[in-house]
Design a protein around this ligand. Structure first.
Ligand SMILES: [Zn+2]
Ligand SMILES: [Zn+2]
Length: 761
C-alpha cells in the first residue's frame, strides 16, 4: 500500500549538500516525491512503501550530511500525488533567507582515489574536488554560493565537467569549484625573484627542491605556507632565522599515519582528532630521539602535527615521503600572506621558491590548532576547516550582535537567531595590517550572513584597537564586556549553561573593572552579569609590557614583595643574573615598584607563572607569548605530591589569595638546591588545590556546584588535568572548553552572548 508524508527539516540544511543527499536517499529507498528549500529549511514530499518511508526518515536523523545541523524534523501524513520519480525543486533566490556557507573541506576519499588512479582523468590533478569536499569559505566572494560568486568564476567548466555538475546522480552535482586539467586552475613554480621556473611537473620539482634543503612557499587553502624538510636541521634553522621566529614551534605535516609513531607518542584520542575532517594541527608529546629536527620545536615536549588536507599536500607529501615543516607564510607575527602579490612581496626574503597557482584566495584563513588534555579535544585556534560553521546557542537573539574580540589572538563573532558565527583567526592587533584584516573580515561576514548588527560588544580596555573600532562604528547600541566575564561565558555557551556558575578565569592580561590587570579570577557568573568573589592578590609588574617580555622583572617583584629591599642579598641565581645584567637593576626595580613608575598591578595567573619560572631559572626573557610559563610546565616532575602554602584574606566581599608564604617556601627550596622540576611540580599542585579550595568556599556560600575553567592559562595541559582531578574529588561538575579556545581566540563569543543578555535585560 502506498502512503505519502510531508517532512520539514529545520536547522542548517542549506548550502551543505542536503538536497542531493535527500535525492540519493529517496532513490535508495525506492521512494518518489520532491525536495525544495524554504525560509525555514528543507521541505520534502515523499511517497511509497510506509516501511521505506520510516527508514528514510530514520536515515535523515541518523546520518545527515556532515555539515548539516538538524534542529527538528517534523513529519505529517499527506495526500498521495503519484509522483513518478524524485526531483529537486530549484529554489527562488529570495527564498533563501538563511544560507550557511560551508567551511573548506578536506579532500574526500573518493577524490583521493581518483587523484592517485593513473586511469582517471584527474590523475595527479591538484585541484580535484566534489560535492563533499574542496575549497568553500576561502573562495566565496558573495552569496548565493554559486560559481560566479567564487574565485572559480575565472575558469569556465568544460563540457565534461558541466555534465557532472548538472547530473543529480553524479558525485559532482552542484559542486561549485568543480574542475579538471582541461578547464581548471594549474600549478606553477617561481624563484624568489618571481622568475618562472620551466617544468611540466611543478610538484616533482618542488619535492626535489625541498629535499635539497630549500624553503618553498606553497599556496594552500587560506594562505601561503613556508615549507622545508622537517628532518633537515640546517634547513629548519635557516627558515627560523629568515622568518625571525626564534623559538616558537613550527607545525609539521606528515605523509600519513605510519609516520606518527616515529615522531610522537600519540593516544588513541589524539590520532582520532588528527584525522577529523577539519584536519587541525594537533599538539602531541614528541617521541625522544625522533628524526624530526630539534629546531622544529626547541625546548618543547610537544610537536604540532597535521595530515595533508588539500590535493596539493597529498601529492607533495606522498612524493617527498617524509614530514615537511608547514608554517604560516609570514614574518614573525604578521598576518599570513594569501594574495600572490603580497606573498612575493613579503616572503621573497624567506622562501627560495614559490609553488603557486591561479585560483585566488578570497579571504585568509590560518590552520586550526588543538590538543587533547584529559582525553577530550580542545581547540586552541579555531579557524580553517571550522569557520564559518556556527556554534549553536541556547537562546534566540532578538537583534544581531557583533563582538569585536580582544587584542591578542583576535577573532570576532556575529550572533544571529540561534547561531554564533565565530570568525577565523585574525591575529594580534598590533599593526594596521591586522586591524584591516579584522574590519574587512567583519564586512565579509555581514555580507555572507546578510545581517546588520544592532549591537556591538567590546572589551573594557580603553586602548585596544578593537575597542576603538567598536566605539567608532555606527552600530547604535554599544556594550563593554569585562574580559574574564567574557571568557567564562564563552565556555558556558558551549554547554548551554545559563544559571549561575563558579567561573575560574586564569590568563595573562585582561582589563579589570577597577583598572588593574586581572587574570587570577574567581567569579560568580551568569550570561548577563558577574560578581568577583576572589582573586590572586595584586602584585606589581615593574615595566608593564616589558615585564611580560622579561619575566625576570616579575620574579624580582615577587621577591621584593616578600623580602623587601633585602631581596638583593639573597643567595639566589636569579639575583645574581639580574646583577650581571646591570648592577643598578636590583635597586631600580624596587624603586619602580615603590614609586609606581610604569608599574601596573596585576592578579594575573599567567604573570605569576612567568615570575615563578624566572625564579627557578627557566627563562629571564621570552621570544614568544607565555614561553617562560610553557617551559616551566614542560619541566614539571609529575610525581611530586607536595604543595606550597598560601593565605586567604577576606576584605569586605572579596577574598584575596596571598602568595607570600608560597614564594618564601620556593626560595627556601631553591636555597636547599631543589630542582626546577620539583618546584614546578609542587607549584602546579598548589594552583590546582587553590582552584579546588576556593571553589569549595564559593559553594558553601552560594550552593553553586558547577565550575567553569577558562582563560589562556588553561592551555596548560598539566594544570587542566590536576584541576579537573581536584575538583571532581570535591564532587563538582567541571566544564572546560572544547569547541572554542580557552585563550583570547574565544573571547568574542563570550562578549556576544553577554551583550545579547544585557540588551534583553
Ligand atoms: Zn571529493
Ligand atoms: Zn573540466
Amino acid at each position: 500500500m502506498k502512503k505519502a508524508n510531508k517532512i520539514s527539516v529545520r536547522g542548517i540544511v542549506q548550502g551543505v549538500g542536503f538536497r542531493p543527499f535527500i535525492y540519493r536517499l529517496a532513490r535508495e529507498h525506492g521512494l518518489t516525491g520532491t525536495a525544495g528549500n524554504n525560509s525555514n529549511g528543507v521541505e520534502i514530499e515523499i511517497e511509497g512503501n510506509p516501511v521505506s518511508i520510516q527508514s528514510f526518515i530514520r536515515s535523515i536523523k541518523e546520518s545527515p550530511p556532515p555539515l548539516a545541523l538538524i534542529d527538528a524534523i517534523e513529519s505529517s501524513d499527506a495526500e498521495v500525488k503519484e509522483y513518478s520519480d524524485f526531483t529537486i525543486i530549484q529554489s527562488k533566490e529570495n527564498d533563501e533567507r538563511f544560507t550557511l556557507i560551508s567551511p573548506d573541506v578536506t579532500v574526500c576519499n573518493d577524490c583521493l582515489r581518483e587523484l592517485f588512479d593513473p586511469g582517471d582523468k584527474r590523475y595527479r590533478y591538484p585541484f580535484i574536488n566534489c560535492t563533499n569536499c574542496g575549497p568553500r569559505f576561502t573562495i566565496i566572494r558573495d552569496i548565493p554560493y554559486d560559481r560566479p560568486n567564487t574565485t572559480m568564476s575565472a575558469f569556465r567548466m568544460c563540457e565534461a565537467c558541466s555534465r557532472e555538475y548538472n547530473d543529480p546522480e553524479n558525485r559532482r552535482f552542484l559542486a561549485q569549484p568543480n574542475a579538471c586539467p582541461d578547464c581548471g586552475p594549474a600549478l606553477s613554480l617561481f624563484d624568489n625573484r618571481r622568475k618562472s621556473v620551466a617544468t611540466n611537473d611543478p610538484i616533482s620539482l618542488a619535492v626535489t627542491l625541498l629535499s635539497d634543503g630549500n624553503v618553498v612557499a606553497i599556496k594552500g587553502l587560506g594562505g601561503y605556507h613556508l615549507a622545508c624538510d622537517a628532518l633537515n636541521e640546517e634547513a629548519v634553522s635557516g627558515l627560523r632565522s629568515r622568518k625571525h621566529r626564534i623559538e616558537k614551534p613550527f607545525a609539521v605535516m606528515i605523509p600519513d599515519l605510519s609516520w606518527l609513531d616515529k615522531i610522537a607518542a600519540p593516544s588513541g584520542e589524539e590520532i582520532r582528532f588528527l584525522n577529523v575532517k577539519e584536519r587541525p594541527i594537533v599538539l602531541m608529546k614528541r617521541r625522544k630521539n625522533s628524526p624530526v629536527a630539534t629546531a622544529v620545536a626547541p625546548n618543547n615536549n610537544f610537536l604540532g602535527i597535521m595530515l595533508p588536507y588539500t590535493p596539493i599536500h597529498h601529492l607533495l607529501l606522498r612524493e617527498a615521503g617524509r614530514p615537511l615543516v608547514m608554517t604560516s607564510g609570514n614574518i614573525s607575527d604578521e598576518p599570513i600572506a594569501y594574495t600572490d602579490e603580497d606573498a612575493f612581496d613579503r616572503l621573497a626574503g624567506i622562501a627560495d621558491y614559490f609553488l603557486t597557482h591561479d585560483r585566488n584566495i578570497h579571504i585568509r584563513c590560518d590552520d586550526s590548532v588543538g590538543f587533547v588534555p584529559e582525553g577530550k579535544p580542545v581547540m586552541l585556534r579555531r579557524s580553517r576547516g571550522y569557520v564559518p560553521y556556527p556554534i549553536p546557542i541556547d537562546h534566540h537573539a532578538e537583534k544581531a550582535v557583533l563582538a569585536v574580540g580582544g587584542h591578542l589572538k583576535n577573532t570576532f563573532c556575529l550572533v544571529q537567531n540561534k547561531y554564533a558565527f565565530l570568525s577565523h583567526h585574525i591575529g594580534d592587533l598590533e599593526n594596521y595590517e591586522t586591524l584591516r584584516s579584522l574590519t574587512d573580515g567583519v564586512e565579509y561576514f555581514k555580507k555572507l550572513l546578510t545581517l546588520t548588527p544592532g549591537v556591538v560588544a567590546y572589551d573594557m580596555h580603553p586602548d585596544y584597537l578593537s575597542t576603538r573600532y567598536a566605539l567608532e562604528s555606527d552600530i547604535p547600541v554599544k556594550i563593554p564586556v569585562q574580559h574574564h566575564h567574557a571568557h567564562i561565558v564563552s565556555c558556558m555557551t558551549e554547554y548551554g549553561l545559563d544559571r549561575e556558575v563558579i567561573g575560574v578565569a586564569f590568563d595573562g592580561t585582561g582589563y579589570g573593572s577597577d583598572g588593574n590587570i586581572w587574570g587570577g579570577e574567581f567569579i560568580i557568573a551568569t550570561p548577563a552579569d558577574f560578581r568577583r568573589f576572589a582573586h590572586i592578590a595584586y602584585f606589581p609588574l615593574p615595566g608593564g609590557e616589558t615585564a611580560i617580555r622579561e619575566p625576570f622583572r616579575t620574579g624580582a617583584a615577587l621577591l621584593f614583595s616578600v623580602f623587601g629591599i633585602e631581596f638583593g642579598n639573597l643567595d639566589l641565581d636569579l639575583v645574581k643574573r639580574i646583577r650581571a645584567m646591570h648592577p643598578d637593576l636590583l635597586s631600580l626595580i624596587p624603586k619602580m615598584i615603590s614609586q609606581k613608575i610604569n608599574t601596573p598591578l596585576t592578579s594575573a595567573a599567567g604573570r605569576l607563572f612567568d615570575g615563578v619560572a624566572a625564579l627557578c631559572g627557566i627563562r629571564d626573557k621570552v621570544n614568544y607569548e607565555a614561553q617562560a610559563a610553557i617551559e616551566f610546565q614542560m619541566c614539571a616532575d609529575e610525581s611530586i605530591t607536595n604543595t606550597y602554602l598560601y593565605d586567604l584574606h577576606r576584605e569586605r566581599t572579596i577574598t584575596q589569595v596571598r602568595l607570600d608564604t608560597m614564594i618564601g617556601e620556593i626560595v627556601k627550596d631553591l636555597l636547599e638546591g631543589k630542582s626546577a622540576s620539583y618546584i614546578s611540580g609542587a607549584f602546579h599542585n598548589t594552583m590546582a588545590s587553590l582552584i579546588g579550595e576556593i571553589s569549595e568556599s564559593i559553594r558553601e556560600e552560594t550552593g553553586i556546584g558547577r565550575v567553569v575553567l577558562s582563560g589562556g592559562v588553561f592551555q596548560n595541559e598539566l594544570l587542566v588535568r590536576k584541576s579537573i582531578t581536584d575538583l571532581r574529588r570535591r564532587k563538582f561538575d567541571v566544564y572546560t572548553h572544547s569547541k572554542v579556545p580557552p585563550n583570547d581566540g574565544g573571547l568574542s563569543l563570550g562578549q556576544a552572548v553577554v551583550a545579547m543578555h544585557r540588551v534583553e535585560k
